[in-house]
Design a protein around this ligand. Structure first.
Ligand code: AMP
Length: 145
């Protein structure tokens, strides 16, 4: 998939947004959704997406929508930090198939990191149990400011 492909309204995250595919929500408002990555690269791996933009990559998101997603990434990362007390965290954002992107609805990954605990590979992590993800999502949500 090229960087400049049109938005596919049937992509997985579009289906999550319209409720066709289930997801484990951390929090949401009218503009953004934060939900658990079902193939977590570490405990507490959260994805943040815009609900209003049909951007596939960072290149085509509208500045106002980007501001809201960026603020949501910070708010969620602060809650991840409070809830899970990682030693660090990574914000990852992939663009285009050659850039490692697999779902073509722009998103940001928040991946908590602990010293001495290796991160699982992008696209190689095992699927998590929904109940375990719900438990972590609830802890993160309870820590939101
Ligand atoms: P990327 O490769 O940056 O496009 O990231 C897509 C992410 O979506 C990967 O980390 C996948 O584990 C994750 N993912 C794929 N399907 C789902 C799903 N149904 N629910 C939650 N996360 C998903």
């Amino acid at each position: 998939m090229s960087l400049r492909q049109p938005y596919d309204p049937d992509n997985i995250f579009a289906k999550i947004l319209c409720g066709v595919i289930p997801s484990v929500t951390v929090w949401e408002d009218d503009d953004v959704l934060a939900f658990m990555d079902v193939f977590p690269q570490s405990e507490g791996h959260v994805l943040v997406i815009s609900k209003t933009s049909r951007a596939t990559s960072l290149l085509d998101i509208e500045p106002e929508a980007l501001k809201r997603v960026a603020a949501a990434v910070q708010r969620t990362a602060r809650a991840v930090d409070k809830a899970l007390r990682p030693d660090g965290f990574q914000i990852l954002q992939y663009n285009g198939e050659a850039g490692g992107q697999t779902v073509f609805h722009l998103h940001f990954h928040i991946v908590p990191r602990w010293a001495g605990r290796p991160m699982k590979g992008h696209g190689h992590a095992p699927m998590a149990e929904a109940a375990a993800l719900r438990d972590i999502a609830d802890r993160i949500a309870a820590a939101l400011d």
